[in-house]
Write a protein that binds this ligand. Structure first.
Ligand code: PEP
Ligand code: MN
Length: 354
Protein backbone atom coordinates (compact mmCIF):
# COMPACT_ATOMS: atom_id res chain seq x y z
CA UNK A 1 0.00 0.00 0.00
CA UNK A 2 2.67 2.52 -0.99
CA UNK A 3 0.44 4.73 -3.12
CA UNK A 4 -1.43 6.37 -0.23
CA UNK A 5 -1.92 10.13 -0.16
CA UNK A 6 -2.01 12.26 2.99
CA UNK A 7 -5.42 13.00 4.52
CA UNK A 8 -4.46 16.70 4.10
CA UNK A 9 -7.50 18.93 3.61
CA UNK A 10 -6.97 22.42 2.17
CA UNK A 11 -6.55 24.98 4.93
CA UNK A 12 -6.02 22.40 7.67
CA UNK A 13 -2.66 22.45 9.47
CA UNK A 14 -0.95 19.22 8.35
CA UNK A 15 1.16 18.95 11.52
CA UNK A 16 0.14 16.26 13.98
CA UNK A 17 -2.20 15.81 15.62
CA UNK A 18 -4.83 16.21 12.94
CA UNK A 19 -7.94 16.68 15.10
CA UNK A 20 -11.49 15.61 14.33
CA UNK A 21 -13.98 16.64 17.02
CA UNK A 22 -17.70 16.83 17.54
CA UNK A 23 -20.57 15.03 19.21
CA UNK A 24 -21.07 11.29 19.24
CA UNK A 25 -24.43 11.85 17.52
CA UNK A 26 -26.22 14.65 15.75
CA UNK A 27 -29.30 15.10 17.97
CA UNK A 28 -30.97 18.37 17.03
CA UNK A 29 -30.06 21.18 14.68
CA UNK A 30 -29.51 23.45 17.66
CA UNK A 31 -27.18 21.03 19.49
CA UNK A 32 -25.20 20.42 16.30
CA UNK A 33 -24.82 24.12 15.52
CA UNK A 34 -24.05 25.21 19.09
CA UNK A 35 -21.34 22.61 19.50
CA UNK A 36 -19.90 23.39 16.07
CA UNK A 37 -19.71 27.14 16.66
CA UNK A 38 -17.70 26.80 19.87
CA UNK A 39 -15.40 24.14 18.40
CA UNK A 40 -14.75 26.29 15.33
CA UNK A 41 -13.93 29.24 17.58
CA UNK A 42 -11.44 26.99 19.38
CA UNK A 43 -9.71 26.25 16.08
CA UNK A 44 -11.14 22.81 15.27
CA UNK A 45 -11.26 22.32 11.49
CA UNK A 46 -12.91 18.90 11.03
CA UNK A 47 -16.29 18.28 12.64
CA UNK A 48 -17.61 14.81 13.43
CA UNK A 49 -21.21 13.80 14.16
CA UNK A 50 -22.85 10.40 13.84
CA UNK A 51 -26.03 10.49 11.75
CA UNK A 52 -26.55 6.71 11.79
CA UNK A 53 -25.80 5.15 15.17
CA UNK A 54 -25.12 1.44 15.61
CA UNK A 55 -26.51 0.49 19.03
CA UNK A 56 -25.70 -2.67 20.94
CA UNK A 57 -29.36 -3.19 21.85
CA UNK A 58 -32.57 -2.14 20.07
CA UNK A 59 -34.58 0.71 21.47
CA UNK A 60 -31.73 3.20 21.92
CA UNK A 61 -31.33 6.39 19.89
CA UNK A 62 -30.37 5.22 16.42
CA UNK A 63 -29.47 8.58 14.94
CA UNK A 64 -31.42 11.21 13.02
CA UNK A 65 -30.32 9.76 9.67
CA UNK A 66 -30.65 11.67 6.42
CA UNK A 67 -32.42 14.58 8.13
CA UNK A 68 -29.07 15.53 9.69
CA UNK A 69 -27.40 16.11 6.32
CA UNK A 70 -28.97 19.57 5.98
CA UNK A 71 -27.77 20.40 9.51
CA UNK A 72 -24.23 19.33 8.61
CA UNK A 73 -24.40 21.52 5.51
CA UNK A 74 -25.37 24.42 7.72
CA UNK A 75 -22.41 23.71 10.03
CA UNK A 76 -20.14 23.81 7.03
CA UNK A 77 -21.64 27.04 5.67
CA UNK A 78 -21.64 28.87 8.98
CA UNK A 79 -18.32 27.71 10.48
CA UNK A 80 -16.22 26.71 7.47
CA UNK A 81 -15.37 23.39 9.13
CA UNK A 82 -15.13 20.15 7.14
CA UNK A 83 -17.74 17.56 8.11
CA UNK A 84 -17.32 13.87 8.89
CA UNK A 85 -19.76 11.06 9.61
CA UNK A 86 -19.92 7.29 10.04
CA UNK A 87 -21.20 5.10 7.19
CA UNK A 88 -22.25 1.47 7.51
CA UNK A 89 -24.21 0.70 4.31
CA UNK A 90 -24.12 1.72 0.66
CA UNK A 91 -27.20 3.93 1.24
CA UNK A 92 -25.30 5.80 3.96
CA UNK A 93 -22.35 6.31 1.59
CA UNK A 94 -24.59 7.58 -1.21
CA UNK A 95 -26.53 9.91 1.09
CA UNK A 96 -23.34 11.28 2.69
CA UNK A 97 -21.65 11.85 -0.67
CA UNK A 98 -24.72 13.52 -2.16
CA UNK A 99 -24.99 15.66 0.95
CA UNK A 100 -21.41 16.94 0.63
CA UNK A 101 -19.92 15.27 3.72
CA UNK A 102 -16.12 15.71 3.45
CA UNK A 103 -14.74 12.69 5.30
CA UNK A 104 -16.21 9.28 6.09
CA UNK A 105 -15.36 6.79 8.80
CA UNK A 106 -16.37 3.20 9.22
CA UNK A 107 -17.35 2.07 12.72
CA UNK A 108 -15.92 -0.78 14.77
CA UNK A 109 -18.93 -3.08 14.36
CA UNK A 110 -19.01 -2.58 10.60
CA UNK A 111 -15.25 -3.05 10.21
CA UNK A 112 -15.69 -6.51 11.75
CA UNK A 113 -18.01 -7.57 8.92
CA UNK A 114 -16.37 -8.30 5.51
CA UNK A 115 -19.74 -8.28 3.68
CA UNK A 116 -20.56 -4.81 4.97
CA UNK A 117 -17.01 -3.61 4.22
CA UNK A 118 -17.26 -4.87 0.65
CA UNK A 119 -20.65 -3.18 0.19
CA UNK A 120 -19.18 0.14 1.39
CA UNK A 121 -16.06 -0.31 -0.76
CA UNK A 122 -18.23 -0.92 -3.86
CA UNK A 123 -20.23 2.25 -3.14
CA UNK A 124 -16.96 4.21 -2.91
CA UNK A 125 -15.48 3.03 -6.21
CA UNK A 126 -14.42 5.99 -8.35
CA UNK A 127 -14.91 8.52 -5.52
CA UNK A 128 -12.11 10.65 -4.06
CA UNK A 129 -12.83 11.26 -0.38
CA UNK A 130 -10.80 10.61 2.78
CA UNK A 131 -11.93 7.43 4.56
CA UNK A 132 -10.92 6.25 8.03
CA UNK A 133 -11.45 2.65 9.12
CA UNK A 134 -11.91 1.94 12.83
CA UNK A 135 -10.49 -1.26 14.27
CA UNK A 136 -12.98 -4.13 14.51
CA UNK A 137 -14.32 -4.67 18.04
CA UNK A 138 -12.27 -7.84 18.47
CA UNK A 139 -8.46 -7.64 18.66
CA UNK A 140 -7.96 -9.11 15.19
CA UNK A 141 -5.31 -7.25 13.20
CA UNK A 142 -5.84 -9.27 10.02
CA UNK A 143 -9.55 -8.39 10.01
CA UNK A 144 -8.65 -4.70 10.44
CA UNK A 145 -6.09 -4.83 7.60
CA UNK A 146 -8.60 -6.72 5.43
CA UNK A 147 -11.19 -3.98 5.96
CA UNK A 148 -8.61 -1.31 5.04
CA UNK A 149 -7.55 -3.29 1.95
CA UNK A 150 -11.14 -3.50 0.68
CA UNK A 151 -11.39 0.32 0.76
CA UNK A 152 -7.96 0.63 -0.85
CA UNK A 153 -8.93 -1.83 -3.60
CA UNK A 154 -11.92 0.40 -4.38
CA UNK A 155 -9.43 3.14 -5.31
CA UNK A 156 -9.53 5.28 -2.13
CA UNK A 157 -6.04 6.73 -1.58
CA UNK A 158 -6.68 9.22 1.21
CA UNK A 159 -7.02 6.40 3.68
CA UNK A 160 -6.42 6.12 7.42
CA UNK A 161 -7.11 3.96 10.46
CA UNK A 162 -8.72 4.78 13.79
CA UNK A 163 -7.67 2.94 16.93
CA UNK A 164 -10.73 2.89 19.26
CA UNK A 165 -9.74 0.00 21.53
CA UNK A 166 -10.97 -3.58 21.74
CA UNK A 167 -13.77 -5.33 23.58
CA UNK A 168 -12.43 -7.11 26.64
CA UNK A 169 -13.91 -9.03 29.56
CA UNK A 170 -11.79 -6.91 31.87
CA UNK A 171 -13.73 -3.64 32.11
CA UNK A 172 -11.80 -2.31 35.09
CA UNK A 173 -10.44 0.91 33.62
CA UNK A 174 -11.24 1.20 29.94
CA UNK A 175 -14.48 0.85 28.03
CA UNK A 176 -12.43 -0.70 25.23
CA UNK A 177 -8.98 -1.99 26.01
CA UNK A 178 -6.26 -0.03 24.13
CA UNK A 179 -3.96 -3.03 23.43
CA UNK A 180 -1.43 -0.58 21.97
CA UNK A 181 0.63 -3.42 20.50
CA UNK A 182 -2.04 -3.89 17.81
CA UNK A 183 -1.99 -0.37 16.29
CA UNK A 184 1.82 -0.41 16.64
CA UNK A 185 1.93 -3.63 14.61
CA UNK A 186 -0.51 -2.10 12.08
CA UNK A 187 1.97 0.77 11.66
CA UNK A 188 4.83 -1.71 11.14
CA UNK A 189 2.81 -3.53 8.48
CA UNK A 190 1.45 -0.40 6.74
CA UNK A 191 3.96 2.37 7.54
CA UNK A 192 2.44 4.99 5.23
CA UNK A 193 -1.10 4.63 6.64
CA UNK A 194 -2.00 7.49 9.01
CA UNK A 195 -3.39 6.31 12.34
CA UNK A 196 -5.82 8.29 14.50
CA UNK A 197 -6.57 7.53 18.12
CA UNK A 198 -10.12 7.71 19.51
CA UNK A 199 -9.56 8.22 23.25
CA UNK A 200 -13.32 8.76 23.80
CA UNK A 201 -14.29 5.20 22.88
CA UNK A 202 -11.16 3.64 24.42
CA UNK A 203 -11.64 5.38 27.78
CA UNK A 204 -15.41 5.61 27.94
CA UNK A 205 -15.01 8.40 30.47
CA UNK A 206 -13.97 12.05 30.25
CA UNK A 207 -11.04 11.83 32.65
CA UNK A 208 -9.22 9.39 30.41
CA UNK A 209 -9.24 11.54 27.27
CA UNK A 210 -6.21 13.66 28.19
CA UNK A 211 -3.88 10.81 29.27
CA UNK A 212 -4.91 8.58 26.35
CA UNK A 213 -4.39 11.41 23.85
CA UNK A 214 -0.94 12.05 25.30
CA UNK A 215 -0.06 8.36 25.10
CA UNK A 216 -1.18 8.29 21.47
CA UNK A 217 1.01 11.30 20.68
CA UNK A 218 3.98 9.73 22.46
CA UNK A 219 3.49 6.61 20.35
CA UNK A 220 3.61 8.70 17.16
CA UNK A 221 -0.07 8.62 16.16
CA UNK A 222 -0.98 11.09 13.43
CA UNK A 223 -4.35 12.30 14.64
CA UNK A 224 -7.09 12.27 17.26
CA UNK A 225 -10.85 11.88 16.94
CA UNK A 226 -12.55 13.10 20.10
CA UNK A 227 -16.20 13.38 21.09
CA UNK A 228 -17.26 16.87 22.21
CA UNK A 229 -20.76 18.10 23.00
CA UNK A 230 -22.08 21.52 24.07
CA UNK A 231 -23.93 19.92 27.04
CA UNK A 232 -22.31 16.48 27.49
CA UNK A 233 -24.41 15.43 30.48
CA UNK A 234 -27.58 15.57 28.42
CA UNK A 235 -26.13 13.83 25.33
CA UNK A 236 -28.37 11.17 23.75
CA UNK A 237 -25.47 8.72 23.38
CA UNK A 238 -22.06 8.18 25.03
CA UNK A 239 -22.56 11.00 27.53
CA UNK A 240 -19.94 9.83 30.05
CA UNK A 241 -17.16 10.17 27.50
CA UNK A 242 -18.04 13.49 25.85
CA UNK A 243 -16.31 16.72 26.86
CA UNK A 244 -17.33 20.32 26.37
CA UNK A 245 -15.58 22.16 23.53
CA UNK A 246 -13.74 24.25 26.16
CA UNK A 247 -12.45 21.15 27.93
CA UNK A 248 -11.35 19.74 24.59
CA UNK A 249 -9.43 22.91 23.74
CA UNK A 250 -7.74 22.74 27.17
CA UNK A 251 -6.75 19.09 26.61
CA UNK A 252 -5.33 19.85 23.16
CA UNK A 253 -3.38 22.88 24.38
CA UNK A 254 -1.70 20.78 27.05
CA UNK A 255 -0.60 17.96 24.78
CA UNK A 256 3.14 17.62 24.47
CA UNK A 257 4.13 16.73 20.93
CA UNK A 258 7.56 15.18 20.88
CA UNK A 259 9.09 15.10 17.43
CA UNK A 260 11.83 12.71 16.40
CA UNK A 261 14.07 15.34 14.84
CA UNK A 262 15.73 16.48 18.08
CA UNK A 263 19.38 15.70 18.82
CA UNK A 264 20.16 12.01 19.27
CA UNK A 265 23.45 12.36 21.17
CA UNK A 266 21.95 11.81 24.62
CA UNK A 267 19.74 9.07 23.25
CA UNK A 268 22.79 7.19 21.94
CA UNK A 269 24.41 7.47 25.35
CA UNK A 270 21.27 6.06 27.01
CA UNK A 271 21.06 3.26 24.45
CA UNK A 272 24.66 2.31 25.20
CA UNK A 273 23.70 2.03 28.86
CA UNK A 274 20.76 -0.20 27.97
CA UNK A 275 23.02 -2.45 25.87
CA UNK A 276 25.42 -2.83 28.78
CA UNK A 277 22.61 -3.64 31.21
CA UNK A 278 21.19 -6.19 28.76
CA UNK A 279 24.61 -7.88 28.64
CA UNK A 280 24.59 -8.14 32.41
CA UNK A 281 21.00 -9.40 32.45
CA UNK A 282 21.89 -12.11 29.98
CA UNK A 283 24.90 -13.21 31.95
CA UNK A 284 22.85 -13.35 35.16
CA UNK A 285 20.19 -15.42 33.44
CA UNK A 286 22.78 -17.87 32.17
CA UNK A 287 24.21 -18.20 35.69
CA UNK A 288 20.74 -18.66 37.17
CA UNK A 289 19.94 -21.43 34.68
CA UNK A 290 23.21 -23.20 35.58
CA UNK A 291 22.12 -23.23 39.22
CA UNK A 292 18.71 -24.57 38.12
CA UNK A 293 20.45 -27.44 36.39
CA UNK A 294 22.45 -28.14 39.57
CA UNK A 295 19.18 -28.22 41.49
CA UNK A 296 17.80 -30.61 38.88
CA UNK A 297 20.80 -32.86 39.43
CA UNK A 298 20.25 -32.77 43.20
CA UNK A 299 16.54 -33.60 42.84
CA UNK A 300 17.41 -36.45 40.51
CA UNK A 301 19.88 -37.93 42.99
CA UNK A 302 17.38 -37.63 45.84
CA UNK A 303 14.30 -38.76 43.89
CA UNK A 304 12.51 -35.45 44.38
CA UNK A 305 9.81 -34.06 42.03
CA UNK A 306 10.80 -31.04 39.95
CA UNK A 307 7.82 -28.85 40.77
CA UNK A 308 7.72 -27.55 44.32
CA UNK A 309 4.55 -25.50 43.92
CA UNK A 310 4.56 -23.94 47.35
CA UNK A 311 8.08 -22.57 47.00
CA UNK A 312 7.23 -21.19 43.57
CA UNK A 313 4.10 -19.39 44.84
CA UNK A 314 6.06 -17.87 47.74
CA UNK A 315 8.83 -16.73 45.45
CA UNK A 316 6.37 -15.17 43.01
CA UNK A 317 4.48 -13.27 45.73
CA UNK A 318 7.65 -12.08 47.48
CA UNK A 319 9.33 -10.82 44.32
CA UNK A 320 6.17 -9.17 43.01
CA UNK A 321 5.80 -7.26 46.30
CA UNK A 322 9.47 -6.30 46.17
CA UNK A 323 9.05 -5.06 42.62
CA UNK A 324 6.19 -2.79 43.66
CA UNK A 325 8.34 -1.35 46.45
CA UNK A 326 11.02 -0.57 43.90
CA UNK A 327 8.54 1.28 41.70
CA UNK A 328 7.93 -1.48 39.15
CA UNK A 329 4.72 -3.02 37.97
CA UNK A 330 3.56 -6.13 39.82
CA UNK A 331 2.15 -7.81 36.72
CA UNK A 332 5.31 -7.14 34.75
CA UNK A 333 7.42 -8.78 37.46
CA UNK A 334 5.09 -11.79 37.61
CA UNK A 335 5.34 -12.21 33.83
CA UNK A 336 9.15 -12.07 33.91
CA UNK A 337 9.39 -14.51 36.83
CA UNK A 338 6.93 -16.89 35.21
CA UNK A 339 8.99 -16.97 32.01
CA UNK A 340 12.19 -17.57 33.97
CA UNK A 341 10.52 -20.28 36.03
CA UNK A 342 9.21 -22.04 32.94
CA UNK A 343 12.69 -22.16 31.46
CA UNK A 344 14.14 -23.37 34.79
CA UNK A 345 11.68 -26.25 34.86
CA UNK A 346 12.55 -27.11 31.28
CA UNK A 347 16.25 -27.14 32.12
CA UNK A 348 15.68 -29.37 35.16
CA UNK A 349 13.63 -31.79 33.08
CA UNK A 350 16.49 -32.02 30.63
CA UNK A 351 18.86 -32.95 33.50
CA UNK A 352 16.35 -35.49 34.79
CA UNK A 353 16.01 -37.09 31.38
CA UNK A 354 19.73 -37.78 31.09
C1 PEP B 1 -18.69 6.58 17.26
O1 PEP B 1 -17.65 7.02 16.76
O2 PEP B 1 -19.56 7.28 17.80
C2 PEP B 1 -18.88 5.10 17.29
C3 PEP B 1 -20.07 4.53 17.23
O3 PEP B 1 -17.71 4.47 17.46
P1 PEP B 1 -17.29 2.91 17.43
O4 PEP B 1 -17.63 2.40 16.07
O5 PEP B 1 -15.82 3.03 17.66
O6 PEP B 1 -18.00 2.21 18.55
MN1 MN C 1 -19.80 7.53 20.36
Amino acid sequence: MNDLQPIALPGVDPRRPLVIAGPCSAETEEQLLNTARILAAEGIRIYRAGLWKPRTKPGGFEGVGEKGIAWMQRVKRETGMYTATEVATHQHVETALKGGIDLLWIGARTAANPFAMQEIADALRGVDIPVLVKNPVSPDLELWIGAIERIHNAGIRRLGAIHRGFTSIDKSLYRNHPMWAIPIELHRRLPSLPIFCDPSHIGGKRELIAPLSQQAMDLGFDGLIIEAHCTPDSAWSDKAQQVTPDALAYILRNLVIREQTTTTENLNELRAQIDKLDDQLLELLVRRMRVSRDIGQYKKEHDMPILQTQRYEELLARRAAQAVELGMDREFMRTVLQAIHEESVRQQMEVLGK
